[in-house]
Design a protein around this ligand. Structure first.
Ligand code: PLP
Length: 395
């Protein structure tokens, strides 16, 4: 008997498992709406022009690959602080560390928070990004959920959400999707955000806003409004950022964790502890993605180019939502599918049942999640007609 003898086979990652099934599917008409990746009108992950140019600039003055500081590239951390908080929080009240994507930022936050208060529970939305629960549980937390999606009304169960937050114990860590809720696509209104924030403040909860899609709903500014609303009030606020989607830098693993502190001394103490978490986990972050993002955000011309390319991705997703809605209405005139265009971001809770999702897969080679989640950012003019036709068939 060795240390490995009784190791159990872990279940496959459900989304990656779906991609494997998709890859093995030999039908030419297959469509992968499972994985959370934006693809362009040609079905390809884009290389943004701003990224290509930043990369060329970096290559033209190639520096040796030394280690970055534990908390990451300074120009990058400063650029994140500016992008996420604008002038709402002075830089010296923010503890910012570069992260390995949004997931890495969440993991550093989870380890830091668990060390700070081992008895605090975590609340996530029901449903949520599937990794939230596993990641916080792995860090030692008890993870429960607050109501979020209401299938009957195809909207947010806001009263249920607020009640759950009002009933939460002080110190509870509440994970909130800053915009483009994954998996449902339903976001809170600005008024609802204010109410949530006020309950969080009143109850002494610890907000963690996960922002993986800033700029995919309305604009960089509008999508950051919830974060800034929390940052304004003077309580500790945790914000994780991902540039995987917004810079199309998936494999570079580039993101961040920012913590809003009450003063510069607190920020210094918090940063020192975040650095301990990083140091004992992966020592220090990789260089290239941070240099690319810092170069783009730090150069007015490249930044303007990024904003226009980000806007083009957002508008393309919106156009695909309209195309899907219109196609479904054309197929079934009394269908009430306006919810597809009211949702934000890459995902849509399509309202389809598990049985219907299985039929889409088996009969039509269209791969979405059993929950009914489809990635509308993977639709394009070429695959949309087949997707509409197939959904109309399984309705
Ligand atoms: N948080 C949410 C809500 C997400 O949807 C995702 C990506 O799917 C992430 C975090 C993780 O992003 P990253 O790939 O940058 O780690």
């Amino acid at each position: 008997v060795s240390v490995l003898t009784n190791i159990e086979l872990a279940p496959r990652d459900p989304i990656l498992g779906l991609t494997e099934a998709y890859n093995a599917d030999e039908r030419a008409t297959k469509v992968n709406l499972g994985v959370g990746v934006y693809t362009d009108e040609n079905g390809k992950v884009p290389l943004l022009e701003c990224v290509r140019r930043a990369d060329e600039l970096l290559a033209s003055d190639r520096k040796p690959w030394g280690y970055l500081p534990i908390d990451g590239l300074k120009a990058y951390d400063d650029a994140v602080a500016e992008l996420v908080f604008g002038d709402v929080v002075p830089r010296d009240r923010l503890a910012v560390v570069q992260g390995l994507g949004g997931t890495g930022g969440l993991k550093v936050a989870a380890d830091f928070l668990h060390a700070a208060d081992p008895s605090a529970p975590v609340l996530i939305s029901d449903p949520s990004w599937e990794n939230h629960k596993a990641l916080f549980a792995r860090a030692g937390f008890t993870v429960a959920s607050y109501p979020y999606y209401d299938a009957a009304t195809r909207s947010v169960n806001f009263a249920g959400m607020l009640d759950a937050l009002k009933a939460a114990d002080a110190g509870t860590v509440v994970i909130l999707h800053a915009c483009c809720h994954n998996p449902t696509g339903y976001d809170l209104t600005p008024e609802q955000w204010t109410q949530v924030r006020d309950v969080v403040v009143e109850r002494g909860l610890v907000p963690l806003l996960d922002m993986a899609y800033q700029g995919f709903a309305e604009s960089i500014e509008a999508d950051g409004a919830a974060v800034r609303a929390f940052a304004e009030v003077g309580i500790p606020v945790f914000v994780t950022t991902s540039f995987s989607k917004t810079f199309s830098l998936y494999g570079e693993r580039i993101g961040a964790l920012s913590v809003v502190c009450s003063d510069a001394d607190e920020a210094k103490r918090v940063l020192s502890q975040l650095k301990i978490v990083v140091r004992t986990t992966y020592s220090n972050p990789p260089t290239h993605g941070a240099q690319v993002v810092a170069t783009v955000l730090g150069d007015p011309e490249l930044r303007a180019l990024w904003e226009s390319e980000l806007g083009a991705m957002r508008e393309r997703i919106k156009a695909m939502r309209v195309g899907l809605r219109d196609g479904l209405v054309a197929a079934q005139p009394d269908a009430d599918v306006d919810y597809i265009v009211s949702q934000n971001g890459m995902f849509s809770y399509s309202g389809l049942s598990k049985d219907q999702m299985v039929r889409l897969r088996e009969e039509f080679g269209i791969y979405g999640l059993d929950s009914g989640r489809i990635c509308v950012a993977a639709l394009n003019e070429s695959n949309l007609p087949a997707v509409v036709e197939a959904i109309a068939q399984v309705w």
